[in-house]
Ligand binder design. Structure first.
Ligand code: ARG
Ligand code: ZN
Length: 452
């Protein structure tokens, strides 16, 4: 009897010894030893080539070191590639367990549920390969720091140039407006995932080409994630030592019209650049638009909850203001019905502020198409300004979905001619200026002076 119990106990002890390493691997310090390693690289490291080579974003840049989370198995390869790193075990331990015991989502990095450049690219690649019969991933160009500007074209027969209306959805002209990446990205995912089970989506994808560019300013976004959350421009190193051109002031229509709607000063948040299309990111959009006709476009920004249409450079109506006003109001209605959030509708120059060289003036001014800026939530700075919560991503996308679908359907219904010639690149302007309108509406007190 006794010897049998002893036998069982010694067997149990033996088993415990066997699985002990496994149990240890599951504890926080075990995670750090077995799989994830936090390493730091010294300031002299070529960070750019390190990130390209190992396809990894820094967790943070602090002091004069850049910190990366890598797999333990990657360490050898990193060493082989000649990078000198320090394993930061103590720091990782403290990151993994907050005082209240809640674990940080270390692999989500500082951007949490929002996409970094790498994360977005890999999701776009996955979507493109999963749904290859209804979409195609294009590289429109490269950013200053050599990141790809990707566009997902969604349509039946994605390999063909069909005689169909095209609608463009662009996100993240401005780095700190993270939510503006998520809305067009989620729109792409929604269209692809629902094509086979939703008649309406199938019909609309079959009869149009939907071009989605969720991240126009990848360098800026990365800088906003890692270095300075409120960064706006791209990362151009300007002649005076300052950084950045405002991508939404670098288009050619009435570029630099005055110094109110953009700035000639490189250090300004609205610096227009040295000349129109000086920035490769903006050039990428120019290429997209000069190779094919578009029928409508939306450029997402934040914050303010507004749907804006041209002109931005001067407070005058375009000749198609009634149409722009009607489409914008219809979209605002659809948005309101989802979560009850009110998006104000109006001419960009009078509702928000003057801009020159922005995307929508260019799209309308040279191509004559309805082009909208949608300023996503929140409404004002008191409600977070540029800092949307992770919990808001889905509701902001959900409310913007019917508006986006509506614009696509408008483009389909109003697509007229077949065999139209491609529009020559930024041919002559669609119309001339009329007389200035004097009744400048005062910008809302609450919206403050920040550039959105
Ligand atoms: N908020 C964006 C920007 O500052 C878009 C503005 C749209 N145009 C305008 N005139 N408000 O670039
Ligand atoms: Zn913006």
């Amino acid at each position: 009897m006794l010897s049998a119990r002893k036998k069982i106990i010694s067997w149990l002890l033996f088993l415990l010894i066997l699985i002990l390493p496994l149990l240890m691997a599951m504890s926080p310090s075990g995670v750090e030893n077995k799989t994830i390693q936090l390493i730091s690289l010294s300031p002299s490291t070529d960070l750019h080539s390190f990130r390209l080579r190992f396809e990894v974003d820094p967790l943070m840049v602090y002091g004069n070191k850049a910190y990366f989370l890598v797999g333990k198995k990657d360490l050898k390869e990193i060493e082989k590639a000649g990078f000198i790193y320090t394993v930061e075990n103590n720091l990782l331990r403290s990151l993994l367990s907050e005082p209240n015991g809640r674990k940080l989502h270390t692999l989500g990095g500082l951007n949490g549920a929002y996409h970094s450049y790498q994360e977005l690219n890999s999701e776009l690649k996955t979507l493109a390969s999963r749904y290859k019969n209804i979409c195609r991933l294009y590289t429109l160009g490269q950013s200053l720091e050599n990141r790809k500007i990707l566009a997902l074209k969604i349509s039946d027969n994605p390999g063909l140039v069909e005689d169909e209306p095209r609608v463009a959805f662009i996100g993240c002209h401005h780095a700190r407006e993270w939510i503006s990446v998520e809305v067009p990205f989620l729109l792409a995912r929604y269209l692809l995932e629902n094509y086979h089970q939703d008649e309406r989506i199938k019909l609309l994808v079959d009869s149009s080409e939907i071009w989605i560019v969720p991240l126009l300013n990848p360098d800026g976004l990365e800088y906003s994630i890692i270095n300075y959350r409120l960064w706006r421009k791209n990362r151009r190193f300007n002649f005076d030592g300052s950084y950045g051109v405002d991508l939404n002031r670098n288009y050619s229509y009435r570029w630099g019209y005055d110094n109110l709607g953009s700035s000639p000063e490189p250090a300004s948040g609205t610096y227009r650049g040295a000349y129109p299309f000086s920035e490769p990111e903006v050039e990428a959009i120019r290429n997209l638009f000069s190779n094919r006709n578009f029928s409508a476009a939306i450029s997402y920004h934040s914050y303010s909850q507004a749907i804006l249409y041209p002109w931005g450079y001067i407070n005058q109506p375009t000749p198609i203001e009634p149409l722009l006003q009607q489409l914008a109001s219809e979209m605002a209605d659809l948005i309101f019905r989802v979560n009850g959030r009110l998006y104000e509708v109006g001419r960009a120059s009078s509702l928000l502020y003057l801009t020159n060289g922005d995307f929508t003036d260019w799209a309308y001014g040279y191509f004559g198409i309805p082009a909208f800026t949608i300023e996503l939530p929140p409404l004002d700075r008191l409600q977070g300004g540029f800092l949307n919560s992770e919990q808001d991503i889905d509701s902001v996308f959900q409310e913007n979905l019917p508006a986006a679908l509506h614009l696509i359907e408008w483009a389909i219904t109003n697509y007229q001619t077949s065999n139209r010639p491609l529009r020559p690149q930024e041919k002559k302007e669609v119309e001339k200026e009329s007389n200035p309108v004097v009744n400048n509406r005062l910008r809302s007190f609450f919206k403050g002076k920040e550039n959105k």
